[in-house]
Design a protein around this ligand. Structure first.
Ligand code: OMP
Length: 239
């Protein structure tokens, strides 16, 4: 059992501002934060991101991956949106991660509102076979731990990983890094394109700080009830 409660982020993946606003309203008080990603940001623009982020804690998930200077400049440009979490890809390497962290520190003048920098390790849509297809002949577990150690050492505040790697990451890195876990499927939900999945209860018991849930909430007939059911699971797992 975990001692602190795992919190719930709803991924509002849609190209429609109206739909995202409707979900955000329905989910107010039911989720601990919302996540806006590539689909919403590219389709609706940064003003729409800012507008939704005014009402709820915002995880801005744009998974930056480019040369260090471009990633650092991109993060500075995003700083006025004031997300509390934001993502880059660990595979960009230590220099990119260090420059990303420095850019955020600079934008927020070292203050407490600085967004936490999360390094995405191995996407939860990948398994050992898909890693081999991109030339990484390692298990997802070993690759996540290797990338995770490098990213935290380079300046990331936390990691995005699947629930399968949580215990190994805690062993390797202790309790300080924030571990954010997508690839969450309540019992009976469709896997969609996710490959390394676990239930909310399993992720909470393995020590996730935050879980990210999209389609199991947004495609439910009643998104608020689906979110509440997940919160009930998380609450039970923390007792
Ligand atoms: O960075 C992420 O949030 C992320 C990383 C990852 O490895 N896997 C992953 O699914 N995500 C995001 O988490 C959300 C999962 O959505 P569902 O599969 O619909 O629950 C999506 O918005 C993905 O972009």
């Amino acid at each position: 059992m975990s001692s602190t409660r795992t919190r719930l982020i709803a991924a509002l993946d849609t190209a429609s501002y109206e739909e995202a606003t409707q979900w955000a309203t329905q989910l107010e008080g039911k989720v601990d934060a919302i996540k806006l990603g590539l689909e919403f940001t590219y389709a609706c623009g940064l003003d729409a991101v800012r507008a939704l982020g005014e009402h709820q804690k915002l995880f801005l998930d744009l998974k930056l991956h480019d040369i260090p200077n471009t990633v650092a400049s991109g993060l500075k440009a995003l700083a006025p949106l004031r997300p509390f979490l934001t993502t880059i890809h660990a595979l960009g390497g230590p220099e990119m991660i260090a420059r990303a962290r420095a850019a955020l520190e600079e934008s927020f003048e070292g203050g407490p509102d600085r967004p936490k920098l999360l390094a995405v390790t191995v996407l939860t849509s990948m398994n050992e076979q898909s890693l081999a297809e991109v030339g990484i002949n390692d298990t997802p577990l070993d690759e996540v731990v290797r990338l995770g150690k490098m990213a935290i050492q380079a300046g990331a505040d936390g990691l995005v990983c699947s629930a399968h790697e949580l215990v190994a990451l805690r062993d390797a890195l202790g309790n300080k890094p924030e571990l954010i876990v997508p690839g969450i499927r309540p019992a009976g939900s469709a896997l969609d394109d996710q490959k390394r999945v676990m239930s909310p209860t399993q992720a909470a018991e393995a020590g996730a700080d935050w879980i990210v849930v999209g389609r199991p909430i947004t495609r439910a007939d009643d998104p608020a009830a689906a979110a509440q059911a997940i919160q009930d699971e998380l609450q039970a797992a923390s007792q």
